[in-house]
Design a protein around this ligand. Structure first.
Ligand SMILES: C[S@@+](CC[C@H](N)C(=O)[O-])C[C@H]1O[C@@H](n2cnc3c(N)ncnc32)[C@H](O)[C@@H]1O
Length: 349
């Protein structure tokens, strides 16, 4: 084992302690507690830099290369060690933000996600994507009469909702990746938009023409195969398989809408997050089957007092958007426990 490898192996033990510290409830974390763990870690920084320089010179020596595997392998390992060293300031910043975090509301004010040039630009682009995934006007003549055809929730409003749902999922400490469902998904563009937060996302739609056009659009985007299911939301019997259920008033007819809402509320498992961004949602108030955690967001099967506690925990979760990169993760080495613990707290690099 080289000096570099030895140091990196020692560091893993220390970064595991840091990950344990980050896994404490925010109220139990303290600046002195952090300093005690961080000090021994930071001593390695200069030593690692020196060891990397030495290692770099050894790598240029052909005798060493021949004795220790291919040059490419050696270079890959060396570059990964360099990446880890370069991550140091970003790791420090990410960890610092978690020592004494402040509560942040689950949903921002509507002006924050709807107003301003950037939001308007994103919504303008999204509107085009939505239109491209709709059937032609001719094909739309087949539309089922009580459906709401082409009204899409603006992308920036949707992003605020899924981000809040993601933070709630983190606060729930789920052990498996949450499954997201868009009920009445049209062309599937909200499935696509949900993927960065919920890689296991799908939708159901009862208009066969829309299913066909949407599925073709999703296939072009390389969305998960079969992510649009053809089904009637009022007669769908698998709502209990999902952890986050989004429904944006797919039916015009209020009786049909109630039927769909009842199916969802009766089947959803306790703790399921329901996103219902419309005024006519029948369970918005005083329905024992769910309680409101944030504007347009509800939790199934929880009493209001339990939802309040969950909300307090979720508001302490960081607001960084999740990141998924297998190649980046593979190079994290001794930082991996810290990055994983931070992701569970809602913080990323
Ligand atoms: C208002 S669009 C919503 C699109 C997308 N979910 C969004 O939020 O942007 C409603 C969609 O629900 C579909 N829909 C209407 N009734 C339905 C039903 N009973 N079951 C499944 N989908 C339905 C419509 O065909 C339409 O594509």
């Amino acid at each position: 084992m080289s000096e570099l490898e030895k140091m990196e192996a020692e560091l893993v033990q220390l970064t595991k302690q840091l990950a344990e510290f980050l896994s404490l409830a925010p109220t139990e974390r303290s600046i002195p507690g952090f300093a005690k763990i961080w000090r021994p870690i930071s001593r390695y920084r200069v030593q690692l830099r020196t060891a990397l320089q030495d290692h770099g010179s050894i790598l240029s020596d052909p005798r060493y290369r021949d004795a220790k595997g291919s040059e490419i392998q050696q270079r890959v390992g060396y570059n990964a060690a360099h990446t880890r060293l370069r991550l140091w300031p970003r790791i420090e910043d990410m960890v610092n933000r978690q020592i004494t975090p402040e509560a942040k509301h689950l949903m921002p004010q509507p002006t924050e996600y709807m107003d301003g040039a950037h939001n308007r630009f994103v919504n303008h682009i999204y509107a085009a994507l939505h239109t491209l995934a709709l059937p032609s006007a001719e094909a739309m003549l087949n539309l089922i009469s009580d459906a709401h055809p082409d009204i899409a929730l603006p992308a920036t409003h949707f992003e605020a909702l899924v981000h809040a749902a993601y933070r709630i999922c983190l606060a729930q400490g789920r052990t498996t990746p949450p499954r997201f469902l868009d009920v009445g998904c049209g062309g599937g563009t909200k499935i696509w938009a949900a993927l960065p937060y919920f890689p296991d996302a799908s939708g159901l739609e009862n208009n066969p023409t829309q299913v066909q056009v949407g599925a073709a659009a999703m296939a072009k985007l390389n969305a998960p195969a079969g992510c649009i299911m053809e089904a009637d939301a009022r007669r769908f019997f698998d709502y209990s398989s999902y952890d986050v259920i989004y429904f944006y008033q797919p039916l015009k007819d209020l009786d049909g809408l109630r039927e769909m809402e009842d199916q969802i509320l009766e089947q959803a498992r306790p703790g399921t997050i329901l996103i219902a961004p419309y005024a006519a949602f029948s369970a918005a108030e005083g329905d024992l089957r769910c309680s409101r955690i944030a504007p347009s967001i509800y939790v199934a099967g929880l009493a209001p007092s339990q939802t309040e506690k969950l909300c307090a925990r979720a508001e302490m979760i960081g607001t960084d958007a999740p990141e998924h990169s297998n190649s980046f993760d593979a190079a994290l080495g001794y930082w991996r426990p810290v990055v994983d613990a931070s992701r569970r707290n809602g913080y990323t690099l």
